[in-house]
Design a protein around this ligand. Structure first.
Ligand code: ATP
Ligand code: MG
Length: 649
């Protein structure tokens, strides 16, 4: 292969990293041979009110399933993110905020953030919010979103953040599921120059007859746009805060008391209400944040995820703030008003660590390198990726154009359900291979199993499972423990099933091949979607690709590819043939797409993941019953794809 496939740890990174390869091996070994001792030691990174005496109490037996960590300890998550930093880091910047319009800038120190959280927590109490209540948060990307979350945590309320791009129906179903009495929102949000009518969406959601629990709506004034008002229910954020006391002691919470509730992205079906608890989650989020990003005090850390996703919870709020980090929050999208924005933000704030998603990298790649001509980027040290398999071509582009070939890339595999990163390189320890999430984090025991649940050894491919619990694992599906057991623990007994497929190479590195449900079976050979898509994306004229199987008389399944071309490229029959030959050459004859449909856009979740379940139906010419599309970012994409579908048999 002409292209570089192994990137060794840069010497200066290894020399100064928290963990080098030797230490990784030693710590990993200890973490799996003596989990009790390992986690008891690691849990010291969190301030406990009453120390725990029990460490791990978990059972993956589907007849009697329970997951408890540090169960008799008590703590408060907000105190861990704020109070404990005041003595030494009160004046350190906790949040740097840049508005959708770059002219708007704010910085908030730990002392200021602590004061804001205490006041808002008292305001919540004054509205009758108590320990154990579910509070729904539907906010734009402003520091107050973090304030709202931490204020809930401070008084023991369970927050349920709903992404600010979701529709009234999605809000309603989540409010109903959580039986929320109080909702926190803003008049409007701002994203890419567009105003998002947050308050109006809330009004519409609450007007549905089946939404009966909400008594109070707290509204932050963000844009000053006109909103309608329900007297007796709606209150301005500023008013309730002005009336609130500044002193708010943190509630003593049990380690297994719920911290938050959050729904999965809905790529594969109806979103699941994932419940995370306090002690184990905090230990795991803060530890992974520090080690995976090799975080050093004083560094500026930027995570581009929205607070409405798990990445925004673990790696924008709880992990970094528990570590006393300086977190950059950007209100808008990193390619607005132009693709140069991302580089400008990095340079303006001297960002050291960047954590983003393949969908954004592919979007920037399609726009061209020239947007980074004026980009300096010298401050950058470590870069991360999350959300989907990153195509090797996108990985290399990220490494070269954003990272100037010297920043290690951590391709982090995890899920809403896992609370934190499970498979990932560590910057100072792991040589990387583009497209591979590489090795397990401490305490994580991945395995590959066949369809009968037999564990496969060595270099092989199979269903990705986890053999034992880690502290950040979800505890249940909110209000539906049976669904929890059924979804994750019944497919392969005694194991947590991720729903993803993976390949393990001769170095023990893991390569996520895609969702197991998406695997294509061509003439008896199994093909992961990720591999074929990455081959297509590797072609210069392809910006993005999604591949699915469809019924084929001879092969069982044929390969159907949806391809988005780079800006200005003509979709011709010659190019179609060229792409088929290209994939054939890259992977082999078996992987040659049978049909290639040109797609100006692909259906994605609002977090930017490709939703193949719609594409599968269109490819199979089953267009009458496509299923729930409420989590789609742009439902109109589907109609366009149906219109120009190629298989009309
Ligand atoms: P749902 O469970 O409702 O279908 P979802 O799985 O998209 O939604 P998330 O929890 O946001 O919801 O996403 C987790 C999934 O994202 C993983 O199971 C995996 O398929 C994919 N993923 C995340 N990070 C990576 C990565 N680094 N490499 C490959 N795949 C990844
Ligand atoms: Mg999932």
């Amino acid at each position: 292969m002409s292209m570089q496939s192994l990137y060794t740890v840069p010497a200066e990174i290894a020399a100064n990293a928290l963990v080098n390869n030797e230490q990784y091996q030693k710590m990993y070994q200890e973490s799996v041979s003596n989990p009790e001792g390992f986690w008891a030691e690691q849990a010291k990174r969190i301030d406990w009110i009453r120390p725990f005496t029990e460490v791990k109490d978990t059972s993956y037996n589907d007849q009697n399933l329970y997951i408890k960590w540090f169960a008799d300890g008590t703590l408060n998550a907000s105190a861990n993110c704020l109070d404990r930093h005041l003595a030494t880091k009160g004046d350190t910047v906790a949040i740097i905020w840049e508005g959708d319009d770059a002219a708007e800038q704010r910085t908030i120190t730990y002392r200021e953030l602590h004061a804001d959280v205490c006041r808002f927590a008292n305001a919540l109490k004054a509205q009758g919010v108590k320990k154990g209540d579910v509070v729904t948060i539907y906010m734009p990307m402003v520091p107050e979103a973090a304030v709202a979350m931490l204020a809930c945590a401070r008084i023991g309320a369970i927050h349920s953040v709903v992404f600010g791009g979701f529709s009234p129906d999605s809000i309603a179903s989540r409010v109903i599921d959580g039986k929320s009495k109080l909702l926190i929102t803003a008049d409007e949000g701002l994203r890419g120059g567009r105003k998002i009518p947050l308050k109006a969406n809330i009004d519409e959601a609450l007007s549905r007859p089946d939404v009966t629990t909400v008594e109070t709506v707290l509204v932050l004034k963000r844009t000053g746009g006109k909103v309608s008002w329900t007297e007796g229910r709606d209150l301005w954020w500023d008013d309730v805060v002005a009336a609130a006391d500044a002193n708010c002691p943190a509630e003593e919470m049990g380690a297994e008391d719920p911290l938050f509730l959050l729904y999965t992205s809905g790529s594969t079906g109806n979103p699941k209400g994932v419940l995370h608890t306090t002690g184990g989650y905090m230990v795991y989020a803060s530890m992974t944040h520090e080690y995976v990003f090799d975080y050093k005090p004083g560094e500026v850390y930027w995570c581009t995820a929205d607070v409405g996703w798990i990445t925004g919870h673990s790696y924008m709020v709880y992990g970094p703030l528990a570590n006393g980090a300086t977190v950059l929050i950007h209100e808008g999208i990193p390619n607005f008003p132009s693709p140069a924005r991302m580089g400008e933000i990095i340079d303006r704030h001297q960002v050291n660590i960047l954590y983003t998603a393949p969908t954004l990298i592919r979007a920037l790649m399609a726009e061209g390198k020239q947007h980074f001509d004026g980009f300096d980027g010298k401050s950058l040290r470590i870069m991360g990726s999350v959300g989907e398999p990153i195509n090797p071509e996108a990985w290399r582009w990220y490494h070269e154009v954003i990272g100037h070939e010297h920043c290690p890339i951590v391709d982090t595999w995890w899920q809403t359900e896992t609370g934190g990163i499970l498979i990932t390189p560590l910057p100072g320890a792991t040589d990387t291979k583009p497209g591979s999430a590489t090795r397990p984090f401490f305490g994580v025991q991945p395995a590959l199993v066949d369809n009968e649940g037999n564990i496969l050894e060595g270099a092989t491919e199979g269903n990705l499972v986890l053999l034992d619990s880690w502290p950040g694992q979800m505890r249940t599906v909110y209000g539906d423990h049976e669904r929890f057991v059924l979804t994750y623990f019944k497919t392969f007994r005694g194991m947590y099933f991720t729903g993803d497929g993976a390949r393990r190479d001769e170095d023990g590195y893991y390569w996520i091949t895609g969702r197991v449900d998406d695997v294509i079976n061509v003439s008896g050979h199994r093909l992961g979607t990720a591999e074929v898509e990455s081959a297509l994306v590797a072609h210069d004229l392809v910006a993005e690709a999604a591949v699915v199987g469809y019924p084929h008389d001879i092969k069982g399944q044929g390969i159907y590819a949806y391809v988005t071309l780079t800006k200005g490229t003509e979709p011709t029959e010659e190019l179609r043939q060229e792409l088929r030959q290209w994939v054939r050459k890259e992977i082999g004859a078996l992987a040659t797409p049978d049909l290639i449909q040109w797609a100006s856009g692909l259906p994605k979740t609002r977090s930017g993941k490709i939703m193949r379940r719609f594409l599968r139906k269109i490819a199979a010419n089953e267009i009458t019953n496509l299923g729930d599309s409420s989590t789609l970012a742009d439902p109109s994409v589907i109609d366009t794809l149906i219109e120009s579908r190629l298989n009309r048999a």
